[in-house]
Design a protein around this ligand. Sequence first.
Ligand SMILES: *Cc1c(COP(=O)(O)O)cnc(C)c1O
Length: 378
Amino acid sequence: MTEPAERTPRIYLSPPDVTDVERKLLLEAFDSNWVAPVGPDLEAFEDRCAEVTGVRHAVALSSGTAALHLALIAAGVRRGDTVLVPSFTFAATANAVMYLGARPVFLDSTPESWNVDPQIVADELRGRAVRGNLPRAVITVDLYGQCADYEPILDACDRYGIPLIEDAAEALGATYRGRAAGSFGQAGVLSFNGNKIATTGGGGVLVTDDGSIATQARHLATQAREPVLHYEHRTVGYNYRLSNLLAAVGRGQLQRLPRLVEARRATFEHYRAALGDLPGVTFQPGAAHGVPNRWLTCLLLDHDQRDRVIAELDRVNIEARPTWKPMHLQPVYRDCVMRGGSVSADLFHRGLCLPSGSALTPHDRDRVVSVVRSVVMQ
Ligand SMILES: *Cc1c(COP(=O)(O)O)cnc(C)c1O
């Protein structure tokens, strides 16, 4: 018999992993009285984000979603435009397109990496070029911390002069052919939400090599206030800047980033070694083109078994979830165009995300493994 739920602490899917390092930096920021969306920690955090992703500029914002919104504005997306978006993603990717009155066209995944299928991107751009209705932008997502296949995707985008925006919200610390996630589009998006690889307790960063994009993002994020003494505004702005206090937490997380990523990868390897022999069980593939951060360990199994595993884990106080429900299957996006087959629908039907936090203990992992094994072997 498994232990009764109330006696064991809940194991969460991807809880924050913060220590005295972050606590100390946060209190120092507090004591310095830089309790505002401006200050030395914010600048240091931005510099470090730029360094880690290998780009020139980073703008710290209140969320990854805000970063997506500003990246789309920088790409010139306006009312009535089309933006190509992977269907298999978190809703924020598509929602940011809707904020601007543009329409997402959803693209299916490749089973090789679960990311957007580069062939579908190329076909869709070619078809639209012929019909004279190219999209204003293409968004890629580095799903569960694995980079999309950027060589063919950038080839296709460059052929038609379409800007790429990289939603690397889940991919801090991952690489593609040796280059860091976040650095592939004209702008990249990182998330520091509480459940991501590194957190500020809520926050996001726009990273870019283009100084004018960084300047525009910073301007729009601070209410588009003109640099004069009185309050002068030529355009509608947003209140999207990150607090200096939260940036201090982010600085601590980035100091610990190698360990945070290493722990996620070790958890993935552990689950794969302990569950990979089960009949019908396969893990998210690691495509040859890069090194994922393994933000969440995801696997596929029979649909009914998947649901039974989630229910049984919940019964013993362990949180697990299905993989993202594709956007083209979401009620809010039911009128949008979808290109490709049924790969993403199948990944949702059979996909399971296991507890993957970087503070997960070997004992926690063993608890998860024994439940999954017992349900699948029933
Ligand atoms: C988390 C996430 C976002 C949004 O980031 P927030 O910081 O929560 O706004 C966007 N895209 C993807 C793929 C995500 O996983």
